[in-house]
Design a protein around this ligand. Structure first.
Ligand code: LLP
Length: 422
């Protein structure tokens, strides 16, 4: 993003042109920013541990155009569901290019997951006998709950620690691998998800050490070796201006240091190191454009826009903060206002108080930052407010990569029984 003579550009395309061409609300992604984010992270980790690969957690942004950028850069895919395995297949990826980390799976999920031939990562010890019913996979990986979690998003985004529903309890890890070994499995992997949006490099070291002690003990006691260890996602980005960036080089060097130390300590054959971030790659490369449609002076001034809780769910869901720019007005003095969307819920009043340019007016374009991850992917159709369009920009080029929904999308799967049609 860039502001030139007061006008906001995404790469080299003015937001006014994007709003005119595609309407609002519209998600816009900067291709070069995604590539730069990926390359910065990859070169950091490869520098300290060359046998390294990223798997993109496609849940954060499942547009195939976006996912193809990351595939071109060399990423595999982290799939959270069978449908995400199918999305990966649409990218031409399968087998060891895809990591399937579902949770609380049905038998049908397990069957399809195994049949797809991707890396199967078990969220619990109780899954092992259910998996074995369908045959003996060549390799088994467990998602470990390391006992700690951390989140910069909100209380509900906890994916490890005592309050998380995910992963094998630390005290059950040894047993899980023992059961798998005794069932005749020969190859192993391990996985964790350390937390969400973490900007402290030391935390990655701390949590990697805990995982490696659990895995190292299992390797030593059970005489098994690990093909790979996947440290999950969680590489953070700053949402608030003034918050620090994650020092990715430091994170990579600390992780690699403790990883290699533990490999030596437990005399393990060095496994492939994997991570599966998403926010770090796509979060700050995406924006949602909106238009100011109404302004009300009530208990305070409320700016009404078409960026609603159904198009950007994070603020209403987690109290998450997103910076907002107003095109053409960033140089103006500020006044405190509220800002909301158009849905009939007061959680849609998603900015209760913010200093915004005082002249903000009908027809103005707002640009909401850091919307590339968990933005469109979490959008829904409440109030008959449909999902927005998605656009990719690269230099001065732009492409529609997902059409805005229309009324047909709202009724697509609905059937009205005959007696109700009279
Ligand atoms: N791997 C696993 C197993 C995950 O559960 C997740 C995210 C990731 C990787 C990618 O994590 P990342 O690098 O993007 O932090 N909706 C919330 C975030 C939920 C995260 C879910 N799991 C938000 O809007 O902040």
């Amino acid at each position: 993003m860039d502001i030139r003579n007061g006008q906001i550009y995404l790469e080299d395309v003015p937001v006014t042109l994007l709003a005119q061409t595609y309407g609002t609300p519209t998600y816009v992604y900067e291709e070069n920013r995604i590539r730069a984010n990926f390359r910065r992270a990859l070169s950091a980790f490869k520098k300290y541990y060359p046998n390294f690969r990223f798997f993109y957690a496609i849940k954060a942004n499942n547009n195939l155009a976006v996912a193809n950028i990351l595939r071109q850069e060399g990423a595999g895919i982290d799939a959270a569901s069978v449908n995400e395995i199918l999305l990966a297949q649409k990218l031409g990826l399968g087998g060891d290019d895809v990591m399937f980390s579902g949770n609380f799976l049905s038998d049908e999920d397990i069957r399809q997951g195994l049949e797809s031939g991707v890396i199967f990562n078990l969220d619990d010890i109780s899954l092992l006998p259910r998996v074995l019913k369908y045959g003996k996979p060549e390799r088994i990986s467990f998602r470990v709950n390391p006992g700690y979690g951390k989140s910069d998003v909100g209380d509900f985004v906890t994916n490890a620690g005592p309050d998380a529903k995910f992963g094998v309890h630390p005290e059950q890890v040894m047993n899980a691998y023992r059961m798998a070994r005794d069932a005749g499995i020969k190859r192993f992997g391990a996985h964790m998800m350390p937390g969400s949006c973490i900007r402290d490099p030391e935390y990655f070291k701390f949590i990697t050490e805990i995982l490696m002690d659990l895995i190292g003990r299992a390797a030593a006691e059970l005489g098994i070796s690990f093909d790979f260890i996947d440290l999950g996602g969680g590489l953070g980005i700053p949402y608030r201006h003034g918050d620090s960036y994650l020092d990715i080089d430091k994170a990579a060097s600390l992780v690699a240091e403790v990883f290699t130390k533990k490999i030596a300590e437990y005399k393990m054959t060095p496994p492939r190191l994997m991570m599966e971030p998403a926010r770090y790659f796509v979060g700050d490369a995406g924006y949602i454009l909106g238009t100011v449609h109404a302004i009300k002076d009530s208990y305070r001034r409320i700016i009404g826009t078409d960026v609603s809780m159904n198009t950007l769910a994070r603020p209403a869901m987690y109290g998450a903060y997103h910076h907002i720019y107003v095109n053409g007005r960033e140089d103006e003095p500020r006044r405190t206002v509220g800002l909301c969307g158009q849905v009939c819920e007061n959680t849609d009043f998603w900015v209760r108080e913010r200093e915004l340019p005082q002249g903000i007016d009908l027809g103005d374009i707002i640009v909401v930052e850091n919307a590339g991850a968990y933005g469109y992917a979490m959008s829904y159709q409440y109030n008959g407010r449909l999902r927005p369009a998605e656009v990719l920009v690269n230099g001065n080029q732009h492409w529609l990569i997902r059409q805005r929904e229309n009324i047909e999308d709202l009724v697509r799967n609905v059937t009205v029984p005959a007696h109700l049609q009279k």
